[in-house]
Write a protein that binds this ligand. Structure first.
Ligand code: ZN
Ligand code: ZN
Length: 340
């Protein structure tokens, strides 16, 4: 089969012929219909972040496809099933997995990191982890649910716990932030989206933001948010991953407000312990999503409450995957998908 193989940083993925994997016990072979290109891949490709499995490795963790073959002992799946593959697979046995917090499993396995991923014609994965995709959803769009949509959904629903009528400031409208906007709007939040890019902010509006603010040149964004929210936001969600924007987001909260950090930064941040204590603020982190949340997300997408069209910018053949990563590097579009 054809696959885009990662041989190490600072070189393009190589389109190569590799052996088609065989499904072992409990596994199924899935023919990939679409796999989303993610910034996480750029960390491996450009920034020297190491993959758990050393190269050569097939990257790609946002995949959907059609079941092509069942390994021994697989039940509940048939050849031809249309399925979404979660980006992270929990062990299923540990304390966290049993609580539905597979995203915290210490034995978790990530596609395109611990094991070969979805930038290939075929992949083998445990049959138990697959999620049926409703017939009305095209697989080459639905694949991005595996990470681009599930991570923001978990942040909004489980971690920030956005409730009907709450004001929600979303700091950063990249691929993650835009989906935070649509999930928070779907949860009934009054969303205020912040970014430096007008095109991104237009998309945020299309995805349900009530107010969008280009923060270029605004010195006191906190003052502006206090005016708009009558004293500060109920919820602020940071979707960039820099100490400055995490500190900014913390400063936008009203008394009793909640900050959810979904962006990754290796640096420490500085927030006022006095404000934290005196105003009963909450600061939570958010990582990926639990396996049980995918069904809710798929149902919301099928109902049209969450949208895929605005966030999938286009589809490329597998052979043009490096072109797709160049677009991602330049910040063009929101989500690009390869369809092997
Ligand atoms: Zn990702
Ligand atoms: Zn586990």
């Amino acid at each position: 089969m054809k696959a885009a193989v990662f041989y190490g940083p600072n070189r393009p993925l190589e389109i190569a012929d590799v052996p088609t994997p065989r499904p072992g016990a409990g596994e199924v072979l899935v023919r990939i219909a679409g796999c989303g290109l993610c910034h996480t891949d750029l960390h491996y490709l450009d920034h020297g972040v190491k993959t758990f499995k050393a190269p050569p490795l097939i990257l790609g963790h946002e995949a959907a496809g059609i079941v092509a073959e069942l390994g021994p002992g697989v039940t509940g799946r048939v050849v031809g099933d249309r399925v979404l593959i979660p980006s992270v697979l929990g062990c299923g046995y540990c304390e966290y997995c049993r609580q539905g917090r597979e995203n915290l499993c210490s034995q978790m396995v990530m596609l395109g990191n611990n094991i070969d991923g979805g930038y290939a014609e075929m992949i083998t994965v445990p049959g138990k982890d697959l999620l049926p995709v409703p017939p009305e959803l095209p697989l080459e769009r639905a694949c991005v649910i595996a990470d681009a949509l599930s991570t923001p959904f978990h942040a909004v629903r489980r971690r920030a716990r956005v409730r009907l009528g709450e004001s929600v400031v979303v700091v950063g409208c990249g691929g993650v932030g835009l989906n935070v906007v649509q999930c928070a709007a779907a949860a009934g939040g009054r969303v205020i989206a912040l970014d430096l890019n007008d095109a991104r902010l237009d998309l945020a509006k299309r995805l349900g933001a009530a107010v969008v603010i280009n923060t270029t040149g605004i010195r006191r964004i906190d003052k502006k948010i206090r005016q708009l929210t009558d004293g500060g936001a109920d919820v602020a969600i940071e979707a960039i991953g820099s100490p400055a924007t995490i500190e900014l987001a913390f400063g936008l909260l009203r008394r009793g407000g909640r900050l959810c950090v979904i962006g990754y930064s290796p640096e420490p941040v500085s927030i006022s312990a006095a404000r934290l204590m005196y105003y009963e603020l909450e600061v939570v982190g958010s990582l990926g999503c639990g396996a049980g949340e995918y069904r809710e997300i798929l149902a919301l997408v099928a109902a049209g409450t969450l949208q895929l069209e605005p966030i999938v910018s286009g589809t490329l053949p597998l052979a043009e995957i490096n072109t797709g990563f160049d677009r991602l590097r330049r910040g063009e579009g929101v989500r690009w998908v390869v369809a092997p």
